[in-house]
Design a protein around this ligand. Structure first.
Ligand SMILES: [Zn+2]
Length: 56
């Protein structure tokens, strides 16, 4: 088992379901919900994001 860390604030996300994966085409970031939605909002505004729903 490994700890998933937010790529922005470096907090351990811990729960896989709270992870937000953001793909930029050339790279991917695992983000906590707080950072993730900020980034997603920003990128969706610019039509740059492909959001994968990992909550299952
Ligand atoms: Zn974060």
């Amino acid at each position: 088992m490994y700890a998933i860390k937010c790529d922005i604030c470096k907090d351990v996300i811990g729960d896989e379901r709270k992870k937000i994966m953001v793909g930029f085409g050339w790279d991917r970031f695992d983000l906590c919900a707080a950072c993730g939605w900020e980034v997603v909002d920003f990128l969706q505004d610019k039509k740059l994001v492909k959001l994968e729903d990992v909550s299952c």
